[in-house]
Write a protein that binds this ligand. Structure first.
Ligand code: TZP
Ligand code: MG
Length: 220
């Protein structure tokens, strides 16, 4: 997949798992988010109450079917075996997961996203074949227990100034109000859990956030 396509998919990126869906069930939330125009969905089933085994597989397949019907890429967090088993469109891995170069070998030309926190982690991930980098947490987040230190938008500027030109998506505490500053700092899109999964109106929140991202990208 070329970089322009990847940049497009990063614009309004939903990260979701059953643990994040307290107000309503994950299927209802994903349907509303897709109808609002999310451009990519990452299935991230983590935490003490995370689904396992057949329940995990069932939910992954259900969300994948919804994404396929809308032509939206569906990627899996961490679990390369699951991604291959269900023929997902890609995987997203962190610095503590399987080595990015090995994952690239295993997944062929599927999308590979890698979380990076420094210029050197970013350079290495690109060398290892990452299609895009997830950068954060940009702001404080309550959705990840083992989150790194908050980085602010400065990390995005720093990466761009240091020659990292691959597609970047910001993550961590991003809300409608903060989306524009993440894009202005150099991200191609915003990855969001709670601002969408906990929204009163998921569809409308996605519509508004996506239009902020789109408008800011055009002005940049
Ligand atoms: N990685 C860095 S921050 C984060 C992840 C998965 C959580 C993002 O969730 P939220 O609710 O959008 O802050
Ligand atoms: Mg991980």
């Amino acid at each position: 997949m070329n970089q322009d396509q990847i940049r497009h998919y990063l614009q309004m990126y939903l990260v979701v798992g059953s643990v994040n869906c307290k107000a309503s069930d994950p299927i209802t939330i994903v349907k509303a988010a897709l109808s609002g125009g999310v451009t990519l969905v990452q299935f991230r089933e983590k935490g003490a109450d995370a689904l396992q085994g057949a329940d995990l597989l069932r939910l992954a397949l259900q969300i994948q079917a919804l994404c396929r019907a809308e032509g939206v890429p569906f990627i899996i967090n961490d679990d390369v075996d699951l991604a291959l088993e269900i023929d997902a469109d890609g995987v997203h891995i962190g610095q503590d997961d399987e080595n990015a170069a090995e994952v690239r070998d295993r997944i062929g030309d599927r999308i590979l996203g890698v979380s990076a926190h420094t210029v050197s982690e970013a350079r290495l991930a690109v060398q290892h074949g990452a299609d895009y980098l997830g950068i954060g947490p940009i702001y404080p987040t309550h959705s990840k227990d083992d989150a790194h230190e908050v980085q602010g938008t400065a990390i995005l500027c720093e990466l761009r100034e240091n020659g990292i030109h691959v597609p970047l998506v910001g993550i961590g505490g991003i809300t409608e109000e903060r989306a524009a500053e993440v894009i202005k700092a150099g991200a191609d899109g915003v990855a969001v859990i709670s601002a969408i999964t906990e929204a009163k109106d998921v569809h409308e929140t996605v519509v508004r956030m996506k239009s902020k991202v789109g408008n800011t990208l055009r002005e940049r």
